[in-house]
Design a protein around this ligand. Structure first.
Ligand code: FES
Length: 261
C-alpha cells in the first residue's frame, strides 16, 4: 500500500504533461544548424581533398595548418616524408574535427538538428526510447577532454602562421590576410579556452576555490568565455572557412590582397 507521505511526494514531483504542440517557430534553430553544418562539412571535405591553392605567400590556410608533410606547399615542420602523397590536411584534420564533433555544445546542436533527439524543448523525441550517451557508440563522446588536450597547441600554431603572414616576398608588411589570420587564431583560442573541459581543468576538483587563488582567477576568466561558448563555437567555425576562402581567392588570382603597409 502507498502511504500518504509517498502519495504526497509523488504529487510533488509529477510533471504536468502538456499535449498542445508548440506553435512558435522552434524549427528555425535546428534547420539553421543543419544548413550551416552541412555547408561547412561539404566545403571542408572539398578543401581537404583538393590539395591545392591553400597557400598564397605569406598566407597558409588554417585547414592545412600545421603543414607537416614533405609535399606541403609551405611547411610548418616536415615530420612526414615523401612517402605521404595524399593531401597534407588529412594529417591534422582529425584533431580539430574530433574536438568540434565531440564538443558539448555541438553535440546538443546536432542531436537536435539531425537526430531529433529531441528537436527542441517541449517537442517530442523522434524515438520512443532515449538512452542518452550511456551506450555505444555515443558513450565515445567522452573522449572530448582528450581532444581538448590535443587541440591546445593549435591556436598557438595558427598564431605563428599569422606572425609569418607579416613576411611578404618584398619584406615585412601587413595585408588584409594577415589581419584575417590574426583574428582567426584569436577566435580559435577563445573557442578552446571557453571549452567546458578547459573550465573543469581550471576549477574542477577544488572544494574550496579561495585556497587556490590562481586557479580561481583562471576559472573566473574561462567561465566568462564559457558562458558564450555557443556563440564562439559558431563564429570560430565560420572564421576558419572564411580565412580559407580568402586565401584560395588570392591563390587563384581572383582577388588582390589589400596591403596596410
Ligand atoms: Fe565545446 Fe569543449 S565543450 S569545445
Amino acid at each position: 500500500m502507498t502511504s500518504a507521505t509517498e502519495k504526497q511526494r509523488e504529487a510533488t514531483v509529477r510533471i504536468p504533461v502538456v499535449d498542445a504542440p508548440r506553435r512558435d517557430r522552434w524549427w528555425i534553430a535546428p534547420l539553421a544548424t543543419v544548413l550551416v553544418l552541412c555547408a561547412f562539412v561539404v566545403y571542408g571535405l572539398w578543401v581537404t581533398f583538393s590539395n591545392d591553392n591553400y597557400y598564397a605567400r605569406p598566407y597558409l590556410s588554417p585547414f592545412y595548418s600545421p603543414c607537416l608533410a614533405a609535399n606541403c606547399e609551405h611547411h610548418t615542420w616536415t615530420i612526414v616524408g615523401d612517402w605521404w602523397t595524399l593531401s597534407p590536411a588529412l594529417l591534422v584534420l582529425p584533431i580539430p574535427l574530433g574536438f568540434r564533433l565531440t564538443c558539448y555544445y555541438y553535440r546538443k546542436a546536432y542531436y537536435r538538428a539531425f537526430f531529433w533527439s529531441p528537436p527542441a524543448c517541449a517537442v517530442p523525441d523522434a524515438r520512443s526510447r532515449y538512452t542518452g550517451e550511456s551506450r555505444f557508440p555515443l558513450i565515445l563522446q567522452n573522449v572530448h577532454r582528450y581532444f581538448f588536450y590535443l587541440v591546445v597547441p593549435f591556436p598557438f600554431i595558427l598564431l605563428w602562421d599569422a606572425i609569418r603572414a607579416f613576411d611578404f616576398p618584398n619584406g615585412l608588411g601587413m595585408g588584409l590576410g594577415t589581419l584575417i589570420l590574426l583574428v582567426n587564431a584569436g577566435l580559435l583560442g577563445a573557442y578552446v579556452l571557453s571549452c567546458h573541459s578547459c573550465r573543469h581543468l581550471c576549477g574542477g576538483r577544488l572544494d574550496v576555490l579561495s585556497r587556490s587563488p590562481r586557479r580561481y582567477r583562471a576559472w573566473r576568466f574561462v567561465s566568462v568565455l564559457n558562458e558564450r561558448h555557443m556563440l564562439i563555437a559558431w563564429v570560430s567555425l565560420v572564421s576558419v572557412a572564411l580565412a580559407d576562402v580568402y586565401i584560395r581567392l588570392i591563390a587563384t588570382d581572383v582577388i588582390r590582397d589589400p596591403r596596410f603597409f
